[in-house]
Design a protein around this ligand. Structure first.
Ligand SMILES: *[C@@H]1O[C@H](CO)[C@@H](O)[C@H](O)[C@H]1NC(C)=O
Length: 293
């Protein structure tokens, strides 16, 4: 009886500890409000806060598109946002969500670009990676769902080992750190988080084949659950090199078997363009493509 009571107490203490831990982690947990981490950078009148600032509406009309950026830059970490893209006839609209070092000559950049389409035709998601000033690494996929019907989570995960672009829990692109093979990797410059909604029917619709239909304007995209976890710059010294940051841990250094399987599935079934296999652009396969995905 006494023994039972003791183990009951022990259980209770364990339970209490778990509760305290859960509570303390939820104190710092996100999602945050828009203005906590971001500011409007282009056309205030075209970004409306909703739900007490926990969500926003981006507007594109014939007078302007709009954009926002994080207040800080970050060196390694993970950014994720839930986005509901422009519905219906969205051809010629481009919604971008990206990280960028905001430096001209030796730019580092990690891009998600959502290219709208005619009603009923699939959105194209283009990704690109700039490392040490060199980009031209476009890949394109079609999504396996209608991204304008519901919110979906778009994530850029960036650590010392690789960059992973994910849609919901599905990796759609991996750029590995192959510095050992002389391949540039974004590692030295902090990057800000940016997003824009604008019109680009000169290139975004299969080279300008389709024009934006302004009679359908204004176009709206919605964002919520802003989540940036990373080392802010300026911020704590040595944060970026701290191997104890959760995004540097073993579990995030390579894709898990489940993630690897999903990634193969996307490449097999949804990839519509890969610069790695574009022989007309690259008669010699770029080294990072040879080094393995
Ligand atoms: C739009 O749909 C067409 C036809 O399904 C497809 O070929 C194209 O890749 C889609 N995306 C864009 C941006 O045009």
């Amino acid at each position: 009886m006494a023994k039972l009571a003791f183990s009951g107490l022990k259980d209770f203490l364990l339970f209490a500890i778990v509760c305290v831990l859960a509570l303390s982690s939820s104190v710092s947990a996100r999602p945050a409000t828009f203005l906590q981490d971001f500011q409007v950078t282009w056309s205030d009148s075209h970004i409306r806060q909703l739900d007490g600032g926990r969500a926003i509406q981006l507007v594109l009309d014939q007078t302007s598109g709009c954009g926002f950026a994080s207040k800080y830059k970050y060196l390694f970490g993970r950014v994720s946002i839930k986005i509901k893209l422009v519905p219906g006839d969205s051809a010629g609209t481009v919604t971008a969500f990206y990280m960028n070092s905001d430096t001209e000559s030796i730019r580092d950049e990690l891009d998600f670009e959502f290219l709208g389409n005619r009603t009923g035709q699939p959105y194209t998601v283009q990704t690109n990676v700039y490392a040490h000033g060199k980009g031209d690494r476009e890949q394109r996929i079609n999504l396996w769902f209608d991204p304008s019907a519901e919110f979906h989570t778009y994530t850029i995960m960036w650590n010392h080992r690789h960059v992973v672009f994910s849609v919901d829990e599905v990796p759609i692109r991996v750029y590995k750190n192959n510095e050992a093979k002389g391949i540039p990797y974004p590692k030295f410059q902090p990057m800000g988080v940016f997003s824009t909604l604008w019109e680009a029917d000169d290139w975004a619709t299969r080279g300008g084949l389709e024009k934006i239909d302004w009679s359908k304007a204004p176009f709206y995209a919605y964002y919520k659950d802003f989540d940036i976890e990373g080392c802010p710059v300026p911020g704590p010294q040595n944060c970026a090199s701290n191997v104890n940051n959760w995004w540097e841990r073993t579990a995030y250094q390579v894709l898990s078997p489940v993630e690897a399987r999903r990634y193969r599935w996307v490449r097999m079934n949804h990839m519509i363009y890969d610069y790695c296999t574009d022989k007309s652009r690259y008669p010699v396969t770029p080294p990072e493509c040879v080094a393995g995905i």
